[in-house]
Design a protein around this ligand. Sequence first.
Ligand SMILES: [Zn+2]
Length: 299
Amino acid sequence: MSLFVGFDIGGTSIKHMLIDSSYTVLHTGSFETLGPGGPDEALDTMTKIVHAYEDQEKQKVQSVGIGCTGPVDIHTGTIQNPYTLPGFEGKSLKERLIPSLGIPVLVENDANTAHVGEIHYCGITQENTMMITFGTGVGVSLRMQGELFRTPGGVHPEIGHMTVSISSPGQCYCSRTNCFEHVMSGTAINAYASATYGMTPEAILEGEDREKATEFLDRMVTATTDAISSLAMIFASEVVILGGGMHQFIGKYILPHVQQRLNAMLPVYGKTTLVEARYGALSGSYGAAVMAAQTIQNL
Ligand SMILES: [Zn+2]
């Protein structure tokens, strides 16, 4: 059995996972993303973790996969986004980690790793699928005929900035006001609930004031239906997985209403089934490890 490690670099923690060549999970763990030593300390800790797994299993790890918030250059392994991973921007994870590990390192957008993780964990057989991660931002990963969709140069498309028919106060960091992410990221949902109603999203939706709850729910359902219907129509997505740190909130309050609206749309929008992510916070590190294994197995 060969061994593979997956990392998921998030804004607050870095999750790690050891799997074998049958994709069975052997160990998992996590540590704080930005300790006193900043990103350099985090990268040193990642190297130490791989070596610790090797000592524990008395066997070399064959390759490492890393998922992190986009945009990320998959060829150089460079993180380009200063907004969600401050201090990491411009750093090539490959340049830093390959010399100390001596094995292949794959760097991917975290929506892609979560998508691959869910596909394998849930045994999803459809080949045209989409994953949307709702968290600090909104990430979208598209898979067509079993292959992840990429833009020229291997860059992950920043679909979170697609336009929806709802806008939020202030500007998205991309300069617009009606980006999907600017309405539906956890940050945006919490900020809107607090500024408009002075309450948490859950308190509004569960509250006695049904008019307020309906109004708040409608803007989220409309924005999500706009995004999913447009994407599913273009990319013929059969299954859409809704995940990320907010997946329980999205699964409970938003998913059923969006599914209902999609079902009522004309056939031109296709028949799309929405599912809530099942591996939750671990799908990113699992997908990164699976992709690391596939890189070696395809050689
Ligand atoms: Zn934007």
